[in-house]
Design a protein around this ligand. Structure first.
Ligand code: NAP
Length: 248
């Protein structure tokens, strides 16, 4: 899949799935602008690693929850790189708790990172896409947003919201040659799963028909395909990638 000379902007790429997406898109020839919030060293290391792949790369420290910070990041990317072709809404957090014990702060942190963040980056980029009559937006949702998971009312709501956002925006901008799709991973081996106890992880793996967790690189390969012209007639869809977890 070639993404040669494309410019991709990715939220939350210092670690995990976002990092794997940044590397995969760079391998396909795209220039990469990404943001992060805390992981300065990992972000710097990724920027250096990507630059060695003969494409441009730039890490920005910017809170995805903060619209003004995101707008500045997008504007600087446009100036530095000369445009934007691909937006990946990936930054996300969990604050798992039973609803009966969930503080409003846990609810708001998850909704504003995962859902407001998706609005912020998409809103800051969409006018460029409309003017140039092309663009791709990919939203990293979750199986949790499709099936619902206990202790994740905040997270499931945010990820289901991303799927509704994907469908509505896809219809709104298809006539401008802009495609909008979502990817819904199952359980993927990243820091996000670190808080799970080993016995809980084993129980999850028992429920996955493929009998293992997914790898960030497996998500990145699907994202790379959807970002490419090979997916030129696909829009408004959600692609589940979960080793069969959600088969009904
Ligand atoms: P992760 O390893 O915890 O990494 C999260 C990334 O998001 C980090 O780069 C982090 O930056 C960034 N981030 C978090 N809050 C941010 C903020 N306010 N502003 C800017 N960046 C922020 O998570 P992951 O597992 O790779 O998850 C990536 C996406 O996939 C998320 O949307 C998640 O919901 C989704 N997903 C994950 C799984 C899974 O099993 N892992 C399954 C389904 C969907 P810092 O390093 O600076 O904190």
């Amino acid at each position: 899949m070639s993404l040669k000379n494309k410019i991709a902007i990715i939220s939350g790429a210092s670690r995990g799935i976002g990092r794997a997406i940044a590397v995969e898109l760079a391998e396909a020839g795209a220039n990469i602008s990404f943001n992060y919030l805390h992981s300065d060293e990992q972000a710097k290391a990724l920027e250096e690693e990507i630059k060695k792949m003969n494409v441009n790369a730039r890490a920005f420290k910017a809170d995805i929850k903060d619209y003004e910070a995101v707008r500045l990041w997008v504007d600087e990317t446009r100036e530095l790189f000369g445009g934007i072709d691909i937006v990946i809404n990936n930054a996300g957090v969990t604050r798992d708790k039973a609803l009966a014990l969930m503080d409003p702060a846990d609810w708001h942190e998850v909704i504003s990172t995962n859902l407001d963040g998706t609005f912020n980056l998409s809103r800051a980029s969409i006018v460029t896409f409309i003017k140039q009559k092309s663009g791709v937006i990919l939203n990293i949702s979750s199986v949790s947003g499709i099936t619902g998971l206990p202790r994740q009312t905040n997270y499931s709501a945010s990820k289901a919201g991303m799927i509704g956002f994907t469908k509505a925006l896809a219809k709104e901008v298809a006539s401008y040659n802009i495609r909008v799709n979502a990817v819904a991973p199952g359980f993927i081996e990243t820091d996000m799963l670190k808080s799970l106890k080993e016995e809980h992880k084993s129980r999850i793996i028992e429920q996955i028909p493929s009998s293992r967790l997914g790898k960030p690189e497996e998500i990145a390969e699907l994202v790379s395909f959807l970002a490419s012209d090979s997916a030129s007639y696909i829009t408004g869809q959600t692609f589940v990638i979960d080793g069969g977890l959600s088969i009904i």
